[in-house]
Design a protein around this ligand. Structure first.
Ligand code: HEC
Ligand code: HEC
Ligand code: ZN
Ligand code: ZN
Length: 464
């Protein structure tokens, strides 16, 4: 009970980080909006000159910052800027550039907030003094009555002051940068790592970390995620299959780690010679048990499916199964049945997966873990796609199509293309009714699955 509660809480916290919305971020957002408006930023530049206008162009007349931020000798700010707006020239008391330590150009909210609060850089101001400055300083106030046809700061002064006070009351929090991934311990040192579109897992043993699928979309953040839970070295890297979009971050990991993959994956990688995907140092044909310290992973290959060499990765103690690019929990597969290399192998992989004793399923894609139910649903979907595709071509053969529906002027080979489109549409509309509410992505992917099945039936498959 207690453990479950802790797990739930940690999910909530990690979830909040993942979305990049920590409560503190909200307090600074309105201040960031004002501070980065052209009216403020044109003086708070990181350059040797001020800027002008909403387009933030370099100040006319080669005006320079000068040694004291009030212009070079002979071209002082006060030559043209007085203590009030006058003609085209804006003005307020002590008109001059903010010192470089107070430059805000190019800073993200976290950086700007931290710089603003740093007494070394903000003129030794406390939070209260900062609030006072922004409420009462005439240069700041000028932002709300900038003269000529300049636009004022894009927020009412009262609202800005209220937001300032709220921020100060909450302890002047700075937004935390979003980590850009979700990390969750499944059980016993096995972690699920996701960027929302891709996911994978890694296993922490007493002797080192086993990395599975070094995702290029995470790149160096994969290592950061590992470092957030352990200081142990990465000793092993397991490739699920050869595809770059799942293992293209491999070269970012320490060179000494052993790389393990199925032989067909190793052959493909040796042939392609891609520096992002170093060739495996250990290969196996059918089964391989990887034991590191106190942890075990069982790798097994049951034949071609999504690709040649795509393996089942099973953590027996944690009862977690990983199989990439076959089941997309809650979603329809990626187009062409997950760009499968082999349709019967793709369908069979579902049955092989169900033969494992697992409770959690890692599919390599989408935003959540899967269950046995998800694998069963995906199997039923694939079977229905094949049956419906077969039904669609049975209902109207190509010769029948030529007689009944052919556009008379059309070249026969192009008529064949029209025929395929016609049958894909029939297949899609039939499947849509049954699957639209069960799996997400029907609009995007369903037609592609029908096409893949229709072509598969035409060129290689036995009738289902
Ligand atoms: C004409 C140029 C100019 C404009 C416009 C201007 N500032 Fe400044 N700002 C300065 C100067 C000069 C200082 C340094 C004053 C000091 O330290 O006493 C400063 C200092 C500050 C400081 C305190 C130091 C720091 O950076 O932490 C804050 C906060 C600030 N400005 C906010 C604003 C805001 C908000 C606006 C827009 C509404 C704005 N400023 C517009 C010139 C300008
Ligand atoms: C030769 C006259 C002259 C000098 C010297 C001069 N300015 Fe200006 N400045 C102007 C004029 C005129 C404008 C208005 C331009 C416009 O609106 O097209 C202007 C506009 C600005 C703006 C733009 C305000 C906005 O948000 O669009 C800033 C900031 C500024 N000056 C800062 C300075 C600073 C700081 C100095 C001294 C380092 C300085 N200027 C020196 C004439 C001058
Ligand atoms: Zn793949
Ligand atoms: Zn994939």
């Amino acid at each position: 009970m207690f453990k479950a509660l802790v797990r739930l809480l940690s999910r909530v916290i990690v979830g909040a980080l993942f979305a990049g919305v920590v409560h503190a971020a909200d307090d600074f957002a309105p201040l960031y909006q004002v501070l980065t408006s052209p009216r403020c930023l044109n003086c708070h530049t990181a350059t040797a000159f001020p800027r002008q206008g909403d387009e933030r162009r370099v100040h006319d007349f080669k005006v320079a910052r000068g040694p004291d931020d009030h212009g070079a000798a002979g071209m002082r700010c006060a030559t043209c800027h007085t203590d009030h707006n006058f003609g085209a020239a804006p003005g307020a008391p002590h008109w001059g550039m903010a010192p470089l330590s107070m430059a805000w150009e190019g800073l993200n909210p976290t950086q700007l907030c931290e710089r603003l609060k740093d007494p070394q850089q903000n003129g030794q101001r406390s939070i209260a003094q900062l609030v006072d400055h922004m409420q009462n300083d005439p240069l700041v106030a000028w932002g709300w009555s900038p003269g000529s046809n300049r636009k004022p700061v894009p927020m009412a002064k009262d609202d800005f002051v209220q937001a300032l006070k709220l921020w100060a009351e909450h302890g002047a929090p700075c937004p935390q940068p979003a980590v850009g991934y979700e990390l969750r311990e499944l059980r016993g040192g096995l972690y699920w790592l996701s960027d929302g579109a891709y996911n994978t897992m890694f296993l922490v043993s007493s002797k080192g970390v086993i990395v599975i699928d070094p995702l290029p979309t995470l790149g160096p953040r994969y290592m950061q995620a590992i470092r957030s839970v352990t200081d142990l070295p990465v000793t092993h890297i397991v490739y699920s299959h050869e595809h770059t979009d799942h293992i293209g971050g491999a070269s970012l990991f320490p060179k000494g780690a052993q790389i393990i993959a199925q032989v067909d994956t190793a052959k493909a990688l040796a042939r392609i010679a891609d520096p992002r995907r170093p060739v495996p140092t250990v290969t196996f044909a059918k089964d391989y048990t990887l034991t590191v310290g106190d942890q075990t992973l069982q790798l097994s290959y049951q034949g071609i499916n999504h690709s040649a060499g795509n393996v089942f990765i099973y953590a027996p103690r944690q009862k977690v199964l990983m199989l990439v690019d076959v089941v997309y929990p809650g979603y329809m597969p990626y187009p062409q049945l997950g760009v499968t290399a082999d349709i019967p192998g793709y369908v069979q992989a579902h049955r092989d997966a169900l033969a494992f004793d697992f409770t959690d399923f890692v599919g390599g894609h989408v935003d959540r873990l899967g269950t046995r139910d998800d694998v069963q649903t995906s199997l039923a979907f694939a079977q229905d796609v094949l049956a419906t595709a077969q039904h669609s071509v049975d209902a109207l053969s190509f010769p029948q199509y030529l007689q009944q529906k052919r556009n008379p002027g059309l070249q026969t080979w192009f008529a064949h293309d029209e025929y395929e489109k016609d049958r894909v549409a029939a297949c899609e509309s039939s499947l849509r009714g049954r699957w639209e509410s069960r799996l997400k992505g029907a609009d995007r992917f369903l037609a592609s699955h029908c096409w893949t099945a229709i072509v598969g039936l035409a060129i290689s498959l036995a009738p289902p």
